[in-house]
Every structure is written in structure tokens, then in C-alpha cells.
Design a protein. Structure first.
Ligand SMILES: Nc1ncnc2c1ncn2[C@@H]1O[C@H](COP(=O)(O)OP(=O)(O)OP(=O)(O)O)[C@@H](O)[C@H]1O
Length: 649
């Protein structure tokens, strides 16, 4: 019996590989009891190779088993191994690593590494690892939010990116830092935000105003070259938490652009000169008496800026802000909504004095544009406020029609929203791939100053009577308020509360039940009488306090049985029952309490509904009624997210 050094090394290797069984003490050549003579498969050259080879192992157990008694092993150790590929001590599975396979027709198959140039690979890795860091960080923060992670409805933004944005806007603390015309600065301080002592732009205003003006602020705010849609148009998405001043964030730069363009517009300059001459001729004769007979302004029925909003109430709200600015900045803003008579709509649009900015609902404007295509022929600035609703299925056809008609003259398209739902994200990627996204550090987070309480409706005393639970919650708020006299002796503040339901049909039913329990409640929907609805809304959107006699409120507070008490009248609360679409965007500054009658379907609805309270730094409280079939896990996680000050997903 003889052994070569090479054979010894095979034996050691086999042992160390732990699994490749060899017939250890027999040289390969004698396997099967053969001789060392050459066979047709093993020539003299092969034998020489055998001796030179340092590591040798058998191909596979199967191969070995199938080795006929007189078979001599290939000196390549594995028949599957390509020339030049090293053997692996892998227990007999000696196939070459996929990424080491040679070039050839099948060389690219089953690769584990992408065939990317090293230079490109390094930049891709840096980018990827940065994104991954952010994602990992976000994931870490979201651990334990199983229910919310499962039904993700909002686009997530990494906490790293949020921190960067926060840094960027720190140096801006005054409207004077923006390149806006002096009358606009004056209007912000003396009309829109009058009464405030320390006026500072909010985060969305710090980000959006310079971006829309095309103004670089400080070295860190210098932006990449403008993102353009087709035809040199600029496209922006402003996304910021509810009640954070988005209206002013888009109105200020747009009005500024209108005023600058007006100063250059030869038609307007010539008209103004003729108007001044006419005024001189007419002397003391008031302008309102003769302007109708004078020639129309070049902007008559051809506004240069349009703001689209989903509801008539929001039309009023936005146009009110624009008009406040217009008192000082001098331009014409007009509302268009279905609540106006045909004659009023006609007058607003065809006013001989012209119209610069129109605030409208898409349905009405799209209908007008069908018969009067010129209405949109001069639009240079288009804002789609509450973009997640207006680009959703129900509004999208009308909104898109307006965008399409305005496109030829459009210079800036601004989409504005408090949430970026995933479907909006996809829509933007498909339709506006170059849109510049301006998002604030607290996007999708409900402010920590808003607390969320939970009432289990399935328990006593409600026994699944949601209406009763709702009335009881409102009575508790009223009773509590009755104990605290306001600044005026003998009077208490009236609490304004919004009750949110998921379906529009439920609004009336709940409002009627609350009324039957002595609560001043109104449903906010199309069929509610306009006057009652607008009276109620006015008291919700005004920051002026409403007070009632303390004695009446205290009597109600002391009555036993709450909503079931005999007195059955709670004088110090006012309630609106609505779906969140009805109240979308409403600046309900007077609201401290929100009751979520139904558990919202998605986190998007949580953000918008709870966003009606706690606006612009105010405190607020949400109460959610949870029935036996509701997702308690979702509610618990939203509550925890809010407590931790995290964004909902
Ligand atoms: N810089 C500011 N400082 C203080 N208050 C401001 C400032 N800018 C706006 N506001 C006030 O903040 C309130 C909310 O503004 P606005 O309605 O524009 O919020 P929003 O972000 O559009 O909310 P939503 O998402 O609900 O539509 C308004 O009462 C407005 O007057």
C-alpha cells in the first residue's frame, strides 16, 4: 500500500469539510481495486496533474455512489467545475460561485451581483445606504405599530429628511426675509394676522414662499435648478400639517407674481391710463355709477390666478383671506360656488373692473369653462387646494379638465394638502413626475397638544348605543365648562364641538338625536338650510368667544341624568355633525373638542378630523367612540403615535 502527499491532503480536507466521505486509505488510482495504469479516461498527463493538485475532493455523494467499481476519478475533482475555478470545501458541492462563472452565452445566468460599472455602483450604494438609514430609522420608530403598518395609507417621509428640513428653515423668522412687495408685507401684518404680536412665518410658509417666488434664502436654502413640467411650467406640492397656514403660504407668492406681472402688462397699463382720464372727466361722479358703461378691463372674465377648493364653505374662507390682502395690495379676488345665484356668478366673473383671482369649486368652474373656454385662457397660476380630495375619483374629472384647459398659459401649478395618501403619491409620480415636493417636518403628525380619549361604547351604561355615548360625551364637556366662569362675571364660554361620522347619511340622524337630548346640533350637508348652517359655521370659524348665562349652564350641569335629565337642555355647547369632507380645510379655530363618532377608516381621516382642533398652536381634545366591531388596535396605536409625537403611516 502506498500513499502520496496529495492523497494525504485529500484525506485531511475531507475530514475538515466534515461530510465528504472518501475511501481514505486508498489512493484514487486504486479505487475499485484497479491498478495505476492508464485507462481511456486517465492518461499519463492526468496522473501528473493528480500529483500537482493540492486539494482534491469527490464531486457529490451521488456521483460517488454511481461510480462503477473500476471508475477512476476525474482529476478536475468536480466535473461541473469550470476550468480555472477553485474548489470549495463545501462538502462536495463544488459548483463555482455564480458570480465567478466565466463569460459565454450562459455566463450571465443566475448571477448574484448586478453587472454595474464600479464607478456607478459606488454612487448607487451611497444613495441607497442613505435611504436605507432613513428607512431603518423610521422602521425602528414604528416598531410596535403593527395595525397601522398593516394598513399604511400615507406616504412615509424619513425622520432624517424631516430633521434636515427643520435645520434649513431655522434661520427664517420674519416675513421681511422674503422678496415680496411692501404692500403684501403690510397686508400680512395689518389685515390677515392683525392682533398677533409676534408675527412669524410658519414652517410651511418658510419653505413655500421662497420656493414659489424662486428666491434662494441663505446658502442652505439654495435649491437645485427649478423642476419644470412641460412648457417651462413650475410644479409644486405643498404638504403640511392641518392648521399650519398653507393658505397664506400659496396666496402670498401668487399675489406677488400677479402684481409684478400687472406692472409689466401693457394692456393693463393702457387701461389704467384711460380709466384715470375718465375719472378726471367724471369729477365727483362716483365710479360705481359709470364703470359698467366704461370699457371692460382686460382681465374681465379672464382671471390670471385660480384657486380650486372642494366645498362652497372653503371658497368663502379662502376668498376672505385673499380679500383681506387685496384691501392693501389692490387686486380683485372673487368667489364662484353653487351657493351663489346665476346673476351673482355672472357679476363676479364679468365685472367690468376685471377679476385677478377666482376661488372656485371644480364642478362649477368646469361647467362655466365648457361654455366659455376663454375663462381659463390667461391663467398663469393654478392652485389645487386639498389636492388629495380634488385629485381623487369624485373630483378628478372636473379638476383635470380645468388643468388641461389652463395648461397652455400656466406658469405655476401648486397642489396643496395636509396629507399625501399613497394614491396621491402614485398619481403624482405618473402625471407630475417633476413636481417639487415641499413637506414640513411635522407632516402627518397630529400635534401633541391634541389629546385623544377613548370611550368603549360596548360597556355600561351605553350597551352599544353610540348615540347615547356621543350625547353623554358632549354633556360632560358642557358640564365641565359650566364650572369655569369666563372672564365676564356670570357668563360661561360656549364650547364648539365637531362630531365626525363616516357616512354623509348618518349626519342628519346623529344631529337629530343630539337635538332630542337638549344639544344645539346641526348636520353639515347639502340639505341643511343654508342660513342655519352658515350661522353655525360662522361661530365655529371665528375666534371671537361666545358666552351664555352661567346660571342656565350650571342648572344643566347640576341636573341628574345628563342627556336623559328632565331639563334636557345644554345651553353652553354648539355642535356640528359632519363628514370630514364637508369640513375639509375649514379653519375651525374656535373648536377645542372633536368627537369621532365612527372610528375613521384610515389614518388620513384621523389626521383631517383631529386637525379641526388644536389649530395653529392651540390645544385640543379628541374623543373616539369605539364599538364592539371597531378596530381597537388601530385606535390604540394612533393614540400612542400621538403621544409620542410621531407621524401616522
Ligand atoms: N404666520 C402665521 N402666524 C399665526 N397664525 C397664522 C399664520 N399663518 C396663518 N395663520 C392662521 O392659521 C390658521 C390656519 O390657517 P390655514 O387655514 O391656512 O391652515 P391650513 O394649513 O390650510 O389648514 P388645513 O390643512 O386644515 O386646510 C388661520 O386662522 C390663519 O389666520
Amino acid at each position: 500500500m502506498w500513499r502520496t502527499a496529495a492523497q494525504d491532503s485529500v484525506c485531511l480536507l475531507c475530514r475538515s469539510a466534515g461530510g465528504t466521505r472518501t475511501i481514505r486509505n486508498r489512493p484514487a488510482a486504486t479505487l475499485g481495486g484497479g491498478t495505476s495504469k492508464s485507462t481511456p479516461w486517465t492518461g499519463g498527463q492526468q496522473q501528473q496533474n493528480q500529483q500537482q493538485q493540492q486539494q482534491r475532493t469527490f464531486a457529490t455523494r451521488q456521483e460517488r455512489r454511481s461510480v462503477p467499481a473500476r471508475m477512476v476519478l476525474s482529476d478536475r475533482a468536480s466535473v461541473a467545475r469550470a476550468p480555472g475555478v477553485r474548489a470549495e470545501p463545501d462538502g462536495g458541492n463544488n459548483r463555482p460561485r455564480r458570480d465567478e462563472r466565466p463569460e459565454g452565452p450562459f455566463g450571465g445566468m443566475n448571477r448574484r451581483v448586478a453587472n454595474i460599472e464600479p464607478a456607478r455602483l459606488s454612487t448607487a450604494r451611497t444613495r441607497d445606504s442613505r435611504g436605507k438609514d432613513d428607512r431603518e430609522k423610521g422602521k425602528g420608530d414604528r416598531r410596535g405599530f403593527k395595525a397601522l403598518n398593516m394598513q399604511r395609507s400615507l406616504t412615509s417621509i424619513g425622520y432624517g429628511a424631516r430633521a434636515t428640513i427643520k435645520d434649513r428653515i431655522q434661520s427664517i423668522d420674519s416675513f421681511d426675509q422674503f422678496n415680496i412687495l411692501p404692500p403684501l408685507k403690510e397686508a400680512i401684518s395689518f389685515t390677515v394676522l392683525k392682533g398677533l404680536t409676534d408675527i412669524k412665518p410658519t414652517p410651511v410658509q418658510r419653505l413655500a414662499i421662497p420656493a414659489l417666488l424662486g428666491q434662494p434664502i441663505g446658502p442652505r436654502l439654495r435649491r437645485k435648478p427649478m423642476s419644470h413640467g412641460g412648457g417651462g411650467r413650475q410644479e409644486f406640492l405643498l404638504a403640511a400639517e392641518t392648521g399650519s397656514g398653507k393658505t397664506l403660504a400659496y396666496l402670498v407668492p401668487i399675489i406677488n407674481a400677479l402684481k409684478e406681472a400687472e406692472a409689466q402688462d401693457t394692456a393693463s397699463i393702457a387701461y389704467n391710463a384711460r380709466l384715470e382720464a375718465e375719472k378726471a372727466i367724471r369729477g365727483d361722479n362716483p365710479m360705481s355709477e359709470w364703470i359698467d358703461k366704461f370699457e371692460p378691463h382686460p382681465n374681465t372674465a379672464r382671471p390670471r390666478a385660480i384657486v380650486l377648493v372642494p366645498t362652497a364653505e372653503l371658497v368663502e374662507q379662502v376668498v376672505a383671506v385673499a380679500k383681506e390682502i387685496s384691501h392693501i395690495a389692490k387686486f380683485k379676488a372673487r368667489p364662484l360656488s353653487a351657493t351663489y345665484s346665476a346673476m351673482k356668478i355672472q357679476r363676479n366673473l364679468y365685472s367690468p373692473a376685471g377679476v385677478d383671482l377666482i376661488v372656485a369649486t371644480p364642478h362649477l368652474l368646469a361647467t362655466i369653462a365648457e361654455s366659455e373656454p376663454n375663462v381659463l385662457s390667461r391663467v398663469s397660476h393654478l392652485v389645487i387646494d386639498e389636492a388629495d380630495s380634488l385629485l381623487d375619483r369624485s373630483f378628478s374629472p372636473e379638476t383635470t379638465k380645468i388643468v388641461d384647459r389652463a395648461l397652455p398659459s400656466l406658469k405655476q401649478l401648486v397642489l396643496c394638502s395636509a396629507t399625501i395618501p399613497k394614491r396621491l403619491d402614485t398619481y403624482l409620480m405618473n402625471h407630475f413626475p417633476n413636481i417639487e415636493r415641499i413637506t414640513t417636518p411635522n407632516l402627518h403628525a397630529i400635534p401633541r397638544r391634541v389629546q385623544l380619549g377613548v370611550i368603549d361604547v360596548s360597556k355600561d351604561p351605553y350597551r352599544n348605543n353610540k348615540n347615547l355615548a356621543c350625547a353623554d360625551a358632549i354633556w360632560s364637556i358642557g358640564k365641565d365648562a359650566a364650572e369655569h366662569e369666563g372672564p365676564v362675571k356670570g357668563e360661561v364660554d360656549v364650547k364648539r364641538i365637531i362630531v365626525f361620522v363616516n357616512e354623509r347619511e348618518t349626519t342628519q340622524e346623529v344631529a337629530e338625536y343630539l337635538c332630542s337630548k337638549g344639544i344645539d346640533a346641526v348636520a353639515l350637508h347639502r340639505d341643511t338650510p343654508d342660513l342655519r348652517q352658515s350661522e353655525m359655521l360662522a361661530s365655529f370659524t371665528s375666534s371671537e368667544p361666545v358666552r351664555v348665562n352661567a346660571a342656565a349652564a350650571t342648572a344643566a350641569a347640576l341636573a341628574k341624568g345628563g342627556p336623559n335629565s328632565r331639563s334636557r337642555y345644554l345651553p353652553n355647547t354648539k355642535v356640528i355633525v359632519a363628514t370630514d369632507l364637508a369640513s375639509r380645510g375649514l379653519d375651525t379655530v374656535a373648536v377645542r373638542h372633536v368627537v369621532l363618532y365612527d372610528v375613521p377608516h384610515t389614518t388620513i381621516d384621523f389626521v383631517h378630523r383631529l386637525g379641526r382642533a388644536g389649530r395653529m398652536g392651540r390645544r385640543g381634545r379628541g374623543i373616539v367612540l369605539v364599538g364592539k366591531d371597531d378596530r381597537r388596535d388601530v385606535v390604540a396605536e394612533v393614540k400612542r403615535s400621538m403621544f409620542m409625537g410621531q407621524a401616522l403611516v
